[in-house]
Design a protein around this ligand. Structure first.
Ligand code: AMP
Length: 199
């Protein structure tokens, strides 16, 4: 039994122009469902987000969609949300991102746009400053993330990425291997490795 019970997947609310992206979203959803790993995502019904959640649900998996009220009609609809295993409507983006972070044991970025970039970058920055040790992975479909990975290498070489060991994202193109690598990276077989917050 894996310690990874749920994975938060960040991905485009658009389908992108390469059909490989939609195929990867579908495959990833299927492998997650088969591995008994629930999906946490932004609740969208379109693009890669919609394809991914549909695939998890169609393969018998559990989906938690987390979306702020002001995006409900833009990225989904109440009827689409009610078909998910669990839908959470938040007051704002900040609460959405926090809930997505809390409810996931690992993070994957499929191809996407600015929202996807912002979300995966944030979980990497939180890892860098020691707020969590949850696995982070780039689903590098047909090299989609290569420019960003090159940029990360550049920042590392120029001495701007510190605490080296903490920001070592998994980079993998094949969705099945990606899920397997995340399971293998879960520390001590425990999914929830977040550091206790004292506020
Ligand atoms: P995109 O990759 O731009 O298609 O967006 C993917 C998801 O990220 C969508 O659900 C957006 O609502 C969400 N998103 C957009 N902007 C942000 C942001 N600044 N912070 C967090 N999520 C965002």
């Amino acid at each position: 039994m894996t310690g990874i019970k749920s994975i938060c997947v960040y991905c485009g609310s658009q389908p992108g122009i390469n059909e490989a992206y939609l195929r990867a979203a579908e495959d990833l959803g299927r492998f997650m469902a088969k591995a008994g790993i629930g999906l946490v995502y932004g609740g969208g019904a379109n693009g890669l987000m919609g394809k991914l959640s549909e695939s998890v649900m169609n393969n018998g998996g559990a989906v938690t969609g987390i979306i702020p009220q002001f995006l409900v009609d833009k990225e989904s609809a109440e009827t689409a949300l009610s078909s998910l295993t669990h839908a959470i409507i938040t007051q704002d983006m900040h609460t959405r991102k926090h809930e997505m972070f809390q409810r996931a044991d690992a993070f994957i970025a499929l191809p996407g746009g600015l929202g996807t970039l912002e979300e995966i970058t944030e979980v990497m920055t939180w890892a860098q400053i020691g707020r969590h040790q949850k696995p982070i992975a780039f689903a590098n479909i047909e090299g989609f993330w290569n420019p960003l990975l090159k940029n990360l290498d550049h920042m590392r070489q120029e001495g701007f990425i510190h605490t080296q060991g903490r920001v070592r994202p998994i980079v993998e193109e094949d969705p099945e291997r990606l899920v397997a690598e995340i399971i293998a990276q879960a520390p001590n077989g425990e999914g929830d490795t977040s550091i206790i917050d004292r506020m």
